[in-house]
Design a protein around this ligand. Structure first.
Ligand SMILES: Nc1ncnc2c1ncn2[C@@H]1O[C@H](COP(=O)(O)OP(=O)(O)OP(=O)(O)O)[C@@H](O)[C@H]1O
Length: 511
């Protein structure tokens, strides 16, 4: 027996037509769950009914005068709309949660189920949101803001979100519910998590690294700017955090910003802040930049070589005068931060080519730390192996007791263009893949072959060149965060690189 959903369509809009239809249901003692009636059409949901009885009901309903048709349907129009709406909300890449006036959850989309509430498939409808976030505090802020939209940063499961809370009022202007949307704040753009990293977290055994760590510890005692150079993935940010945490500023914020990851205009306002009313869509009360937010702490400017020239000039002034002026403001405020910068570019070369200001380089480079690439300090590999094997064994709940000689040889023979980041990824993949307690050579999947002539023998000269070109492009895309950065590394234009990617059918997200 199944519940039935039917749609009755009438040929005329006459009195009692629905009543007559209901009388048939009554005659067969079939209960009504729900019904909605419009001129010419009625939607009815019935209690479960035997097939035989149902056939009789259908016949009788169809014989009633005035009804043109009877259709069994799967969804009522409003259910169809709901399902469609749910589908739409489930594909959007941020959290959406609807609450009643008490804060009980009425609706939540897939994103918030996974990231905000971590439901693991459980239905949490009806639970109070205070179980997950400090909703009372948000409501207090909303009241302070005259019940108009508020934006607050919340940390949930080690991820920072901007939570937008909006009251929903009905036609009579009475508060009926609340809508909260959660937007992930990209940690590459703006990063202020707890930051417990110290020099003990930097795994090293090679002399080169031990000397570098010693310099880092020494520079922690001073308050002068530090420039950390080194290839991508060598641990520049790790060093910056360790220096901060060993310095007298350790109890103040460490704010990191990646200059390459943000469009120029946004970068300017993230660095220096803006005055209310400067930008359409900006916060009406304005926003402080990281030099203000990090007050008393450390600002880490990652990929400083990507900072556009006009912002280099502005940064230089801030460092010289120790004062900052928000975009659109006439007032300056004092700045008390220590600056640590990092780059994987050849900054001296950039100065020569007039792409980076010499005066700024002098200012940011009072101390320099150059982290050697992993291929030049392979003595670190066994210690790094132990460290990451332990970390990922725990993560994947495996009991890794060792590594085959051949597998270790593979790790040692590789030249690690992506440095420690790549080493960590390769090991994580090996641990996730291995079916035994010992990592085997076949579990070590390197990102590309070391010997470029492999696999291109016997081809024409054009074929060889294309094969190498493709390899080089894949390598560079893997080691850089964006296509633009890869184009810079390869010294070609962005457009040329995109054309080559099309030619070789390379998808950056799928390599
Ligand atoms: N010596 C090390 N010991 C332990 N972990 C390390 C070490 N060096 C790097 N890592 C890890 O490798 C990853 C990359 O490090 P990090 O982000 O500091 O590199 P980076 O040089 O700043 O990279 P990029 O230039 O791409 O921003 C991080 O997960 C970091 O924790």
């Amino acid at each position: 027996m199944k519940t039935k959903k039917i749609k009755l369509t009438a040929v005329e809009d006459r009195a009692h037509i629905t009543y007559e239809a209901l009388s048939v249901l009554h005659k067969y003692d079939v209960g009504l769950i729900w019904m909605e009636v419009y001129a010419f059409v009625a939607y009815i949901k019935l209690m479960p009914v035997e097939d035989e009885v149902w056939e009789k009901i259908k016949n009788e309903l169809q014989e009633l005068s005035g009804w043109a048709s009877l259709e069994e349907i799967d969804l009522f129009p409003f259910e169809e709309k709901d399902t469609e709406m749910k589908k739409v909300l489930d594909v959007i890449p941020h959290g959406v949660v609807l609450l009643n006036r008490k804060g009980d959850i009425k609706y939540f989309n897939d994103y918030s189920a996974e990231k905000i509430f971590n439901t693991e498939g459980k239905d949490i409808t009806g639970l109070n949101i205070n179980k997950f976030i400090d909703f009372k505090k948000l409501i207090a802020t909303l009241k302070d803001n005259n019940m108009s939209l508020i934006k607050e940063n919340l940390e949930i499961s080690n991820q920072l979100y901007e939570a937008n809370l909006q009251p929903i009022v009905n036609k009579e202007k009475v508060l009926s519910s609340y809508l909260i949307s959660f937007y992930e704040i990209d940690s590459n753009i703006y990063n202020r998590f707890d930051n417990p990293i110290t020099f003990d977290d930097i795994i090293a055994e090679s002399n080169k690294m031990l000397v570098t760590i010693k310099s880092g510890k020494l520079y922690s005692k001073s308050d002068s700017p530090v420039l950390i150079t080194g290839e991508s993935g060598t641990g520049k940010e790790l060093f910056a955090r360790a220096i901060h945490n060993e310095s007298k500023r350790k109890n103040k914020p460490f704010i990191a910003i990646n200059c390459a990851a943000i469009p120029d205009q946004l970068l300017e306002s993230e660095l220096f802040g803006y005055e209310g009313g400067t930008f359409t869509g900006g916060r009406k009360e304005g926003k402080p930049g990281i030099f203000e937010i990090a007050g008393g702490g450390t600002v880490f400017l990652d990929e400083i070589g990507d900072m556009p020239p006009h912002l280099q000039a502005k940064l230089l002034r801030v460092l010289q005068e120790k004062r900052v002026r928000r975009v659109g403001s006439a007032n300056e405020v004092n700045v008390d931060v220590r600056l640590i910068s990092a780059t994987n570019q050849n900054i001296d070369e950039m100065v020569k080519n007039k792409e980076f200001r010499l005066e700024l380089l002098f200012r940011i480079n009072i101390f320099n730390i150059n982290i050697p690439p992993l291929r030049d300090r392979k003595e670190d590999l066994p210690a790094l192996y132990e460290h990451f094997a332990q970390k990922h064994s725990k993560r994947y709940r495996k009991n890794i007791t060792g590594i085959e000689k051949e597998a270790m040889r593979k790790l040692i023979n590789y030249n690690w263009p992506g440095n420690v980041r790549e080493f960590q990824n390769v090991l994580e993949r090996a641990i996730a893949l291995t079916v035994s307690n010992e990592i085997a050579a076949k579990d070590i999947i390197l990102n590309y072959d070391i010997v470029p002539m492999d696999g291109i023998e016997g081809k024409s000269l054009k074929g060889c060149i294309e094969s190498l070109e493709k390899k080089k492009i894949i390598e560079s895309l893997k080691n850089n965060k964006s296509i633009r950065d890869a184009a810079k590394e390869l010294d070609v234009t962005h457009t040329l690189l995109i054309n080559r990617m099309k030619k070789y059918d390379i998808d950056k997200n799928n390599i």
